[in-house]
Design a protein around this ligand. Structure first.
Ligand code: NAG
Ligand code: NAG
Length: 413
């Protein structure tokens, strides 16, 4: 009986965005007033952004030293810069700017094995802010409240990859009035301040496109996941990594035929997601991962296991309607929860996922396209306008404290 339902479902599943874009006859569904409508907003004419001119040591030189920064999941900090340079929202006249953007790549500092570590980021940031606040009058007007920064590392501007340490650090004091554009999002967390814009992590659009399969290939995998269940190197005792949720997936479902889960990362990874109905998106060290982007782009229903996660562009994308949310403590019931979702609910989620505007909003393509993640960031910034009068400080007034924070952060960079 159950099998019949899945056979039925897999036959009506949809393909990735590129084929959908090519075939407008495919039936898609949208939720009026949210998905689609807001995602298709055009930010041009609604805001003006001034880009500070910085010495190349803050951006281009870092990239030259290690071009791998262009392909890791934090690459949005680089592509956003490139996008803004030629965007029609850019103004060369700071007097008419609504927003000020400081082009720095704080995450482009990789270990020899390619791991981006954020240890220098606080000093790079402080140095850049020192520079813009000395050479231009705009930072001091608001102590940064009309400035935005792209901080895509694990815990945003907390600049540490371990949650405990990130919480201990807190958001870099100099960034506490700025708007942070970041991948990290979790409710009631010191590393996500009010008014931040949560964005998708970078996933390579060309590579994903190259792995698309015909949309009529059936979705014969019920649940799909590839990735770590344990991180024995960094969490030898277990339970800390993914707060135990990934370990619980493995322990409960490693022998369940409905679950195609493994640590192997096959070359057919993207194809497999297009052959799956549900794709697990559990937390790892951080609550977010590129799986979220991959699931949406490949039309696989994201099963989000990360309590209190704040998802990308949540004011524009109806995550509750397209995804399935599982509490971390309910992982042992995952099979029952997923198999009891009625087929018509699954079909509706698949139809919503087929909406190309949602897929576009997840990607940072080169060149940019209307409605893509760059445009959603601008939409988010535009929706925060006009600035409240109260952000402008009285002459000589200062709010930020330049000497607070760990001593190591105060060293010049
Ligand atoms: C902004 O304020 C700092 C002191 O906090 C000062 O050193 C700097 O010169 C000011 N910038 C401008 C452009 O006046
Ligand atoms: C700034 O922070 C430092 C260290 O936390 C503290 O000693 C100092 O009093 C603070 N300055 C102001 C003006 O609040």
């Amino acid at each position: 009986m159950r099998l019949c339902i899945w056979v039925f479902l897999v036959l009506v599943a949809y393909g990735p965005v590129w084929t959908i874009l090519a075939d407008q006859s495919l039936r898609t569904e949208r939720i009026s007033g949210s998905a689609g409508d807001v995602l298709e907003d055009d930010p041009v004419g609604r805001l003006k952004v001034y880009i500070y001119e910085l010495p190349s040591k803050y951006n281009k030189k870092l990239l030259q030293k290690d071009p791998r920064c262009l392909t890791h999941m934090f690459a949005a900090e680089i592509f956003m810069h490139r996008f803004l340079l030629s965007s029609p929202v850019r103004t060369l006249n700071p007097e008419e700017a609504d927003w000020f953007y400081t082009p720095i790549y704080p995450t482009c500092d990789l270990t020899p094995s390619g791991l981006p570590l954020p240890f220098k980021s606080p000093r790079v940031m402080r140095s850049a802010i020192q520079l813009i606040s000395t050479n231009w009058p705009y930072w001091n007007r608001t102590d940064g409240a009309d400035h935005f920064f792209v901080v895509p590392h694990d815990f945003g501007a907390c600049f540490h990859y371990q949650e405990e340490k990130a919480i201990e650090r807190g958001i870099l004091p100099l960034l506490r009035r700025a708007t942070l554009v970041q991948t990290f999002g979790q409710r009631n967390h010191v590393c996500l301040k009010d008014g931040s814009i949560t964005i998708p992590p970078y996933a390579p659009p060309q590579k994903m496109q190259a792995h698309q399969i015909p949309p009529d290939i059936p979705r014969s995998i019920f649940v799909y996941f590839r990735g770590l269940f344990y991180d024995v190197n960094n969490d030898p005792e277990g339970g800390y990594y993914a707060r135990g949720a990934r370990a619980a997936v493995w322990e409960n479902f490693k022998n369940n035929p409905l679950f195609d889960i493994s640590t192997d990362h096959p070359t057919t990874y993207y194809e497999d997601m297009q052959r799956a109905i549900f794709c697990l998106c559990p937390l790892g060290w951080a609550p977010w991962s590129p799986r979220l982007v991959e699931a949406v782009v490949f039309g696989c229903i994201p099963v989000i296991i990360a309590d209190d996660i704040v998802l990308p562009f949540a004011d524009a994308i109806p995550w509750e309607e397209i995804g399935v949310f599982i509490e971390e403590k309910s992982v042992p019931n995952l099979d029952t929860i997923l198999t009891s979702i009625p087929p018509e609910v699954i079909l509706r989620k698949q139809r919503l996922l087929a909406n190309p505007s949602m897929k576009r909003a997840m990607l940072f393509p080169q060149p940019a396209q209307p409605g893509d993640a760059f445009h959603q960031i601008l939409n988010g910034l535009a929706r925060k306008l006009p600035h409240e009068k109260s952000i402008y400080l009285k002459h000589g007034e200062k709010i930020l404290n330049w000497t607070t924070g760990p001593v190591g952060d105060m060293k010049p960079w």
